[in-house]
Design a protein around this ligand. Structure first.
Ligand code: CO
Length: 477
């Protein structure tokens, strides 16, 4: 039997949480006013069946609304078709990242021709036109009301751009509000199709398209002042195998290190592909930042040596505790106009996952700080928060025995001068108390400002955004 201390973080939460004021310890600054919205899986079993992977669970939105030093908390499931069908049928109804529905032979044949694509948007949150949407890696964002957390239904795009997969980490241009992302179109001919959405429209405009024989699994991409960077890790799929294998989505991908890691760089405005650089094989979920300096393009990524992390994040492994489960490490890849190889250097030896920066001010530009979750005790998942100075490699840590923090969201102090002048907000599981809390740290020093205790243990969430006065302050991806 397993008894990992963070078990509640990978266990279903069976009840929605009505809006309620929760107790605060410490003094929240007056200027901190707004809502931290977070997204992540919260239902891992349906009827007799269990989802296989952490990324599979049915989505729940969680919200912390902060005003006048008080905190109100609420959580609701995202009422998608995947959710409704699962609840109505009492079984897993749609294919997720690493779980397929139990299908009869007839159902299996039907699903090849008419696959029930999941709309279980459990990864991230962003803003599209005048609405907030939850996102996953199928291109079906789901609208919701940030005040009530009520699900409003799928987004209808005002275009005929088609694709099968996308990322839940779009980028935003801070000045114009333009959103960038891409679709992977699978078929006899597959392609990466980069697009933009100019605010406030719902129209995806194709910027560039790159044909690809074996599409890679990619969870995010890079954006600098002038470029879009599609980082193609050597974790790739034969599209026909994906269509016909009858196996869950991600199990069709293969690690092919001989391909190296390919950086396809496109001009943001013209769509022209300016080049492809090749670096050593690695895998990652999250780009941290990208910027240009003296004609070289630098791409910072929290990388792993290979794609084994995907296996390690199966629920069975997480619930048993895996001593070899380590977060990624921050690497910088230099793409120089005089070379075709991407030069790699490690920026810090401190483990980093779920990275965040001062996105509003520094995304696409030279920067100094990244905040993220990390690991201290082997087998203890994410048990510390880190702040890394990418210029020096020095790190500051926040750690408290028996607690398991998630992604730290940076919130700038109004009129801040320094890049790290503000707070970071993280939802932390307190294993001993079997309950979570909202942790508010000084973003500079990672010293505690306040915490607000949630009445239940929340399953770990992936990503979130802080909204100030109805606006997303940090439109990070
Ligand atoms: Co992510």
């Amino acid at each position: 039997m397993n008894n990992v201390p963070y078990l509640a973080g990978v266990t279903s939460l069976d009840d929605e949480q009505p809006w309620q004021e929760i107790p605060v310890k410490g003094d929240l600054p007056d200027w901190l006013e707004g809502t931290l919205l977070r997204n992540g899986p919260a239902v891992f079993e349906v009827g007799e069946r269990t989802y296989n992977h952490w990324f599979d669970g049915l989505a729940m939105l969680r919200a912390f609304s902060i005003r006048d030093g008080t905190v109100r908390f609420g959580a609701r499931y995202l009422r998608t078709k995947s959710f409704a069908q699962a609840m109505e049928s009492g079984t897993i109804a749609r294919s997720e990242f690493a779980t397929d529905p139990c299908r009869t032979l007839f159902g299996r044949i039907m699903s090849i021709f008419r696959p029930a694509i999941t709309d279980n948007a459990n990864i991230n949150i962003t803003r599209l036109a005048d609405e907030f949407v939850a996102m996953t890696e199928t291109p079906i964002p789901v609208r919701f009301d940030p005040e009530t957390l009520k699900t409003l239904g799928p987004v209808t795009f005002d275009d005929d751009v088609r694709g099968d997969l996308t990322t839940a980490h779009p980028h935003h241009d801070a000045a114009t509000g333009t959103l960038y992302n891409y679709l992977t179109k699978l078929g006899r001919t597959s392609s990466y199709r980069l697009f933009r959405i100019d605010s406030p429209s719902r129209k995806r405009e194709l910027i560039a398209s790159l044909e690809v024989d074996r599409p890679a699994y990619m969870h995010s991409f890079g954006l600098s002042e002038r470029y879009l960077i599609v980082t193609e890790f050597p974790f790739v799929v034969n599209p026909l195998r994906l269509a016909f294998s009858g196996k869950p989505f991600i199990t069709n991908y293969q690690w092919q290190p001989e391909r190296g890691t390919r950086f396809h760089v496109f001009d943001r405005d013209t769509g022209k592909q300016v080049g492809t650089w090749e670096g050593p094989p690695c895998f990652a979920f999250h780009h941290v930042n990208a910027f240009e300096m003296e004609s070289t393009l630098y791409v910072d990524i929290a990388t792993y040596p290979d794609a084994r992390i995907v296996e390690q994040l199966y629920l069975e492994n997480l619930r048993e505790g895996d001593k070899d489960l380590h977060p990624g490490k921050l690497h910088r890849f230099a793409l120089s106009p005089h070379a075709t190889d991407a030069r790699r250097e490690v920026l810090s030896e401190v483990g980093l996952e779920l990275p965040r920066i001062n996105y509003a001010r520094r995304n696409g530009l030279p920067y100094t700080y990244v905040w993220g979750a990390g690991n201290r005790k082997p087998g203890h998942f994410t048990d510390q928060l880190v702040k890394i100075d990418v210029r020096t490699g020095e790190a500051i840590l926040w750690y408290e025995e028996g607690t398991y923090p998630g992604e730290p969201v940076f919130v700038s102090r109004p009129d801040a001068a320094a890049e790290d002048d503000g707070l970071v907000l993280s939802v932390v599981l307190d294993a001993a108390r079997d309950a979570s809390f909202l942790l508010v740290l000084d973003a500079r020093s990672l010293t505690e400002i306040a915490r607000a205790r949630v009445p239940v243990a929340l399953p770990f969430s992936f990503h979130g955004q802080f909204l100030r006065n109805e606006e997303v302050v940090d439109l990070h991806r």
